[in-house]
Design a protein around this ligand. Structure first.
Ligand code: HT7
Ligand code: ZN
Length: 872
């Protein structure tokens, strides 16, 4: 497979002003007729290059005409899925008829069937699986779409924009015509046809225009869309208030489908959602999933401006829309709930998963320089690190200038396909801030390490921070340049009070330091006593920070820092230090033992009635095995598991009374609400239960069963079940069986059951997982089911990393099985194996041989790219 480079970008030689599509939908074959109003791109001057249209496997050309002239086979050719027409006029209408078989489309790219409906997924390059086209984001066209189908089976027929006509064909089928007045690239095209139920609502915009809102689902799910509808209205209002962005069409539709490769898709006026990211009810949906529904509804809606009205020039610029939109959805969720909790969750995810990606063989810049398969670059780096870049711009400019920058960006580029540089230029032009050096964040991969030392001179009242930055080498980037890193810093006195200090003539309690060189000194004056620095407040940059804090410093920051994020971060650091010592003991085969500081800190925290329950729950949550693996080199999975389990048990025993009280005091159950306060209480209660059950208290064991049986919401019921499974409760197997029986008709709940079952730490884990794949609830065609079982198995440290390599072999078998059926899903399943170089030697070798076994197969571009880069 060939590599595509950013440096080779050229403007398109042809443009398509209008795209007229007709879909004759049928179970056996679907005929697609396109009429493309094309002209040579004036930006290319006088050119004679042939017209090359993108197509895909499974697209059969059955007719081709230019204006009214039917092209004979000698006047065009098809090579490597491209349709090449040598002689063209400067302006013409190309009519193209293709035959496709959506019912046999297992890749879920292009037009496919999910349950009884037809639906599409065109980002990034799915449209070419429907018909021949200039399938690139800088070719923007006005689409008119006619859908023809049997109205009995497909009473709902949707596409982008507004419905403009409806009627009957001569054969008695129904046709519906949609027109989208906003020019768009083909990746934003969508079509849905099915027998669907609808929930209607209305949103009145700031300019008093009524927008019709519709959410479509299969009939049995329509009672689960109320939360998404409310979230949509909150998102629409928020985008008006926070960014001045008003919705532009008269109708906004969302459709839920069961088979979907990702979370959702922002097609213009017709978002398509994975049902797991849209449907919610208290009985079937956990708090986490409620928050996810709200965030994804918002994310897709926000794309209407950051992605659709202003789109990407090419796929290397993907973070232009994704990084910015993730930043926007993160800020929205923070505004709807708690800013600190949201920041902790986002950073925790970034530090665990994106940092691991940035340190692995697939590490790439936020704006990649090359790719083989673009689907592989919908990554945590492009999304989450991309959002951190936008957040840093916000920090550097301040809220007001950032808003001016975003206004300018939307105004300047409305209706255009642009680059990350254009985004930064708008920010610079509106603010007067020079971001030249800052832009290196887009092109340089790897997580920078910032090391800090300090000196205090009591006589002059001077406090000096010395900061060094270094970015590790990543694939194809042997040398790294210094980045512009905003480091937000505060100073605390030894009693935990905030100190005001002067830096560069500004006196404040909180300063943003501009670290721009590989080594730099920042000198504060007016400091009366040796301070404890609170560094990288709010996680002001996506870096690894090293400073030699004493345990006493960390405890003080944990209890007193005015920055909520750093209170959590200090507690995490304290626990990480403890866990790393325990991991060392476990590797050396020593008896495990811990210091008492963490216990004392947790005790004080639980006793502090002034604290927000959400904060307490976050601080009491130990670093995950995945985060400890990211920090380790090499990774000893068994030692990590043993150490974490040991620490949790020690804390549970030392603070059993505290955990019991925390559980009991937060137990009361009112009517379920997914608001910040109730979510915090439930998370604290369930965390306390997970500790308490690690003691040998009979009452705790009973509490788990009671909660499982009598919970009035899925959060509590599923928490009790997870706690039972992970603590190897004697009733765990029975509870799993009861749970399945209770929820076997709710696929989204069954998916949670599949994941938990696959994550069971048992000697028979692999047998259990193989059994799950044969279970009637499993379906290899459904990405959610695959993700549940194989994702759950990947998190099962003991089973996946079993010394005999059986876990790796099993995963490799599944990758090979899915490679041709669904390349995108197969490629994502490779992620755990990409960590092979960091594993302890015996495991590393076994992973490597599985990677080599996969590489010997006839691979899709998607899987080939990941595996070959992994072994390079
Ligand atoms: N922009 C959407 C991307 C997406 C996607 C990409 C590749 C394959 C399937 C996909 N489904 C959706 C999602 C988003 O970021 O909003
Ligand atoms: Zn997105």
């Amino acid at each position: 497979p060939s590599t595509i480079y950013l440096k080779d970008y050229k403007v398109p030689p042809f443009l398509i002003d209008k795209t007229e599509l007709t879909f004759d939908l049928d179970e056996a074959t679907t005929i697609v007729t396109s009429r493309l109003h094309m002209r040579r791109n004036p930006a290319c001057g006088k050119s004679t290059v042939p017209l090359t249209l993108d197509g895909g496997e499974g697209v059969k050309l059955i007719g081709l005409a230019m204006d009214d002239y039917t092209l004979p086979p000698e006047e065009y050719r098809i090579s490597e899925n491209k349709l090449i027409i040598t002689a063209t006029a400067d302006q013409f209408v190309l009519t193209c008829e293709t035959l496709i078989e959506p019912q046999n489309n297992t890749s879920l790219e292009g037009l496919y069937r999910s349950s009884s409906m037809f639906c599409t997924q065109c980002e990034a390059e799915g449209f070419r699986h429907i018909t021949y086209y200039l399938d690139r984001p800088d070719v923007m066209s006005v689409f008119t779409t006619t859908i023809i189908a049997d109205a009995d089976r497909y009473p709902v027929m949707l596409s982008n924009g507004n419905e403009v006509e409806r009627g009957k064909t001569e054969e008695g089928k129904t046709f519906v015509v949609w027109n989208d007045p906003f020019p768009k690239p083909a990746y934003l095209f969508a079509l849905v046809a099915g027998d669907l139920a609808v929930k209607n609502d209305i949103f009145t915009t700031q300019n008093k225009r009524d927008v019709k809102l519709q959410i479509f689902t299969e009939t049995h799910n329509i009672d689960k869309v109320d939360y998404a509808m409310e979230a949509l209205k909150r998102s629409m209002r928020w985008d008006e208030e926070a960014y001045g962005r008003e919705y532009d069409l008269d109708i906004f539709m969302i459709v839920a489908v069961d088979d979907f490769n990702m979370g959702a898709m922002e097609n213009k006026g017709l978002n398509i959602f994975n049902s797991s990211c849209l449907l919610a009810s208290p009985e079937t949906t956990t708090d986490d999933s409620y928050l996810r529904v709200e965030a994804i509804v918002a994310h897709e809606y926000f794309h209407n401006w950051s992605g659709n009205r202003v789109t990407c020039r090419d796929w290397f610029q993907l973070s232009l829309k994704e990084g910015f939109t993730v930043f926007r959805d993160q800020t929205f969720s923070a505004d709807m709930h708690s800013e600190t909790v949201k920041r902790v969750e986002d950073v925790s995810f970034l530090r665990t998963a994106q940092f691991a990606e940035d340190a692995g063989p697939m590490a790439h810049p936020v704006r990649p320089a090359s790719f083989i398969e673009i689907s592989n670059f919908y990554t945590l780096t492009v999304y989450e690190k991309g959002a951190e870049i936008v957040r840093m711009i916000h920090t550097l400019l301040g809220a007001e200038k950032f808003r001016a920058g975003s206004d300018l960006y939307f105004e300047r580029h409305d209706g255009q396909a642009v680059t990350c540089d254009d985004f930064v230029s708008a920010m610079e032009d509106a603010s007067g801030v020079d971001l030249t050096q800052f832009k290196r964040w887009y092109s340089q991969a790897g997580t920078p390490v910032v090391s800090v030392t300090d000196e205090f001179d009591a006589a002059s009242g001077t406090y000096r921070l010395t900061m060094k930055q270094e970015t590790p080498v990543t694939p194809n980037q042997p040398t790294k340049l210094a980045l512009h890193i905003p480091v937000r810093v505060g100073l605390l006195d030894q009693s935990g009070n905030e100190l005001s200090a002067t830096l560069d003539g500004t006196t404040a309690e909180d300063h943003v330091l501009h670290l721009t060189s590989s080594e730099q000194v920042f000198e504060f004056s007016g400091v009366t006593a040796r301070p404890i620095p609170s560094l990288l407040r709010g996680f002001s940059a996506p870096v690894k920070l090293h400073y030699d804090y004493t345990p006493a410093n960390l405890l003080l920051l944990m209890s007193s820092d005015s920055d909520g994020f750093n209170r959590w971060s200090s507690a995490q650091q304290l626990a990480v230090n403890e866990l790393q010592a325990l991991i060392g003991q476990a590797i050396a085969g020593e008896t495990l033992s811990i210091d008492s500081q963490l216990i004392d800190g947790f005790k004080a925290l639980i006793g502090d009635c002034n604290l927000d329950p959400a904060m307490v729950a976050l601080i009491l949550t130990l670093p995950s095995q995945a985060y400890l693996s990211e920090l380790a080199n090499p990774i000893y999975p068994a030692a990590i598991k043993q150490a974490r389990h040991y620490l949790k048990t020690q804390l549970a025993n030392a603070l059993s009374g505290e955990f019991e009280s925390l559980y009991t005091n937060n137990k009361s159950q009112g009517v379920y609400q997914a608001n910040a306060e109730d979510i915090a209480c439930r998370s604290l209660k369930n965390l306390a239960l997970s500790y308490w059950v690690e003691t040998d208290s009979e009452a705790a064991q009973q509490a788990v069963v009671q909660q499982f049986e009598f919970a009035n919401n899925m959060t509590d019921q599923f928490s009790a079940l997870s706690i039972a499974v992970h603590s190897q409760h004697e009733k765990a197997a029975d509870m799993l069986a009861v749970f399945y029986d209770q929820w076997k008709n709710e696929p989204l709940v069954v998916n949670k059951w599949l994941m938990l079952s696959a994550g069971q730490e048992s000697d028979d884990a692999l047998i259990i997982v193989k059994g799950l794949m044969e279970h009637p609830a499993f379906d290899l065609k459904n990405p959610n089911k695959v993700r549940s079982v194989l994702g759950g198995f990947g998190q099962n440290m003991a089973a996946f990393h079993k010394e005999d390599g059986s876990g790796y072999r099993f995963l490799a078998d599944q990758i090979i099985l899915l490679n041709k059926r669904n390349p995108q899903i197969a490629s994502r399943l490779c992620t755990p194996l990409t960590r092979w170089k960091k594993m302890q030697p015996e495991l590393s070798e076994k992973m490597k041989s599985e990677l080599e076994r996969i590489l010997a197969e006839d691979l899709s571009k998607d899987v080939y790219e990941v595996i070959s880069k992994c072994l390079a």
